[in-house]
Design a protein around this ligand. Structure first.
Ligand code: IPE
Ligand code: IPE
Ligand code: MG
Length: 238
């Protein structure tokens, strides 16, 4: 009997939520939860490679997360900068190409510098692309895409040219990535929280109650298995 072939998700996005609650439950500081979150991210990246995922987008810090206590924000910024720098062996050993989505310009210079360095250093690694979303907001990305289109030569000579879906797509932060097939949110909340608003139009959504620091390879396999059983319709007929 022929087994129907269900394609694996080429691009998975993860809203890595629940770090603070993971720590608070253990009477630890919230910042400890963020540190543990890095370990979970490494476990999940390794499993995504085994599952032959091409792009894994990890939502690490939103354009709204600046509203948090200054102590937590600066801890997260330092953690991001330090980890980008300290994980070079991990990237090289596992052939991980790092990319970034979000507004670089509003990030502290140290973080900006590490993001630029790591994306350049890992550009030729080919097992998986890990796209870290730092100072990322879906609305912000769309606005920046439209402004980039306005500033681009694409409209020159034609002041009246109307914006199109293709024009926006071409000016997104990572225009060559396929749109995410699967968006996972950990930590129990069932919302998008400004993640990949343009790109999520036909993504399958998967919500897990497990807090992000507790996520492991098994959780990612379960999410992918669930995805494979879905029937995607794209507005067509069944
Ligand atoms: C997600 O975990 C990480 C970031 C948003 C930076 P949270 O810090 O939101 O953890 P909870 O939701 O408070 O448990
Ligand atoms: C979403 O989590 C952002 C990230 C995981 C980086 P939040 O914890 O910021 O989302 P809300 O505030 O609960 O919607
Ligand atoms: Mg949260």
């Amino acid at each position: 009997m022929e087994v129907p072939s269900v394609s694996a998700p080429a691009h998975i996005g993860i809203i890595m939520d629940g770090n603070g609650r993971w720590a608070t439950k253990r009477n630890l500081r919230r910042t400890r939860g963020h540190r543990e979150g890095i370990e979970a991210a490494k476990r999940v990246v390794l499993e995504a490679i085994r599952q032959e995922v091409s792009v894994l987008s990890l939502y690490a810090f939103s354009t709204e997360n600046w509203r948090r206590a200054e102590e937590e924000v600066s801890f997260i910024m330092a953690l991001v900068a330090r980890n980008l720098r300290d994980q070079y062996d991990f990237y090289r050993d596992n052939r991980v190409r790092v990319r970034h989505s979000g507004d670089l310009e509003r990030l502290p210079p140290a973080v900006r510098k590490e993001i630029t360095a790591v994306t350049t250093e890992t550009a030729d690694l080919e097992a998986i692309t890990v796209n870290i979303a730092v100072n990322y907001g879906g609305r912000d990305e769309i606005v920046r895409a439209v402004n980039r289109w306005i500033d681009s030569g694409d409209r020159s000579g034609d002041e009246e040219a109307a914006c199109t879906e293709d024009a926006i797509r071409e000016h997104l932060d990572q225009p060559e990535f396929p749109y995410p097939d699967l968006i996972i949110r950990t930590g129990g909340e069932k919302r998008i929280s400004n993640f990949m608003l343009w790109e999520c139009a036909y993504a399958e959504l998967y919500f897990s109650d497990t807090l992000w620091p507790d996520w492991s390879d098994v959780d990612l396999r379960n999410a992918i298995e669930d995805f494979r059983a879905r029937k995607r319709n794209y507005g067509g007929m069944r």
